[in-house]
Design a protein around this ligand. Structure first.
Ligand code: PLP
Length: 373
């Protein structure tokens, strides 16, 4: 029996570990110089736009909605196929989540359905770039401009992804990234928000630290209700080490994705009834390599049989509108049929930068055995 291959695993190099140790010994372990340096480097990557770091990706989206003044009575349109955080933040600020069904090929929110879901109360769109694949960004921002909507991009999975040669985050409205442990680069837990201007950045700083502003030498003032969302220097030390590897990590993931396609061959879909992801090597950072299983095998059965072959399979994601919390708001089966089918049958194959091509081959052989018998 070969060694267990997980679906994801972070790679932290020795230089990063040394930097964390140095931070621990420095006497400054909460937000400090490492956070400032990390924000500076991120801002350079995002074309000089203001960037602030936080202790999760989730809170960055909640804070973006607060900065935009979105709350009770406002509607925010998002996708049912995401981590539940994406919709929870809409509820957190007191607004109303509205879902639009997904595109069966990209599994991202269908922008025509977004436009159809807009009402006079719609204030924002939260698109998700599943597996790191962006939506059609030109189309997204045309809709936003036409209906005067804010956009909070849930780019949690999309660091290193691009659109027409520009990094995701280097243009657009609010752009949110996660550095949770499974993401392409990690701070163990953490996130960052790309903002539009200095005023928004100042508000983001307030919301991340109890609403506190420092006003001159005579003390502090509090004028908005903030929370406790700051990133520590320990996390930022990990982030700096990871960020230095971003291009290497993205290139390796793209290489592995190409190898999946090459190994499975062009007849894989016809022979198994499974559906591969779009073969996008230009924009996607390949955060995940996801296939949609044929209906004749259940996801649970597939995952168990792959586990028997020492291969870990991930599940991203159960449709959000079918969770109890959302059913209680009136959502039910049949409302978003494509999301429901995709959400039932989607699986994530092993994909992480420390994997090699033989891991891909092993996964493909195991998967073909399971799907063809
Ligand atoms: C990881 C993730 C989040 C949440 O990020 P955290 O850092 O775990 O809070 C939100 N949306 C998507 C699509 C994600 O993948």
């Amino acid at each position: 029996m070969s060694e267990f291959l997980p679906f994801s695993r972070p790679t932290i190099d020795e230089a990063t570990i040394a930097s964390v140790v140095e931070t621990l010994r420095s006497g400054w372990i909460t937000s400090g110089p490492k956070v400032q340096e990390f924000e500076k480097q991120l801002s350079e990557h995002f074309g000089g736009r203001p960037v602030r770091t936080f202790n999760s990706g989730t809170c960055t989206m909640e804070i973006a909605l607060r900065i935009a003044g979105i709350g009770h009575g406002d509607e925010v349109i998002t996708t049912p196929i995401s981590w539940v955080a994406t919709a929870n933040v809409i509820l957190e600020v007191g607004a109303t989540p509205v879902f639009a069904d997904v595109d069966p090929v990209t599994r991202n929110i269908d922008l025509d359905k977004v436009e159809a879901a807009i009402t006079p109360r719609t204030k924002a769109i939260i698109p998700v770039y599943l597996a790191g694949k962006p939506v059609d960004m030109d189309h997204l921002y045309k809709i936003a401009a036409r209906h005067k909507l804010r956009v909070v991009e849930d780019a949690a999975q999309a660091i290193g992804s691009t659109w027409q040669g520009k990094p995701i985050g280097s243009f657009g409205d609010f752009v949110s990234f996660s550095f949770q442990a499974n993401k392409n680069i990690t701070t163990s837990e953490g996130g960052c928000l790309v903002l539009n201007n200095a005023e928004e950045a100042a508000l983001a700083e307030k919301y991340r630290l109890q609403g506190v502003t420092r006003s001159g030498y005579d003390g502090i003032e509090v004028d908005v209700l903030g929370g406790k969302f700051n990133m520590t220097d320990i996390a930022a030390a990990i982030g700096l080490g990871q960020f230095a590897q971003l291009n290497v990590i993205t290139a390796q993931r793209r290489k592995l994705a190409r190898h999946y396609f090459a190994t499975l061959g062009k007849d894989f879909e016809a022979q198994t009834g499974a559906q591969l992801p779009p073969a996008d090597f230009e924009n996607t950072n390949w955060h995940l390599f996801q296939i949609v299983l044929p209906e004749r095998i259940t996801r649970a059965d597939f995952m168990a049989r792959m586990k028997d072959k020492s291969i870990g399979i991930g599940y991203h994601y159960a449709p959000i509108h079918l969770f109890k919390l959302y059913r209680a708001l009136g959502f039910k089966e049949g409302m978003f049929p494509i999301a429901e089918r995709v959400g039932r049958q989607i699986v994530s194959l092993p994909m992480f930068a420390a994997m090699n091509e033989s891991d891909v081959e092993r996964t493909c052989v195991a998967m073909c055995e399971v799907l063809k018998n």
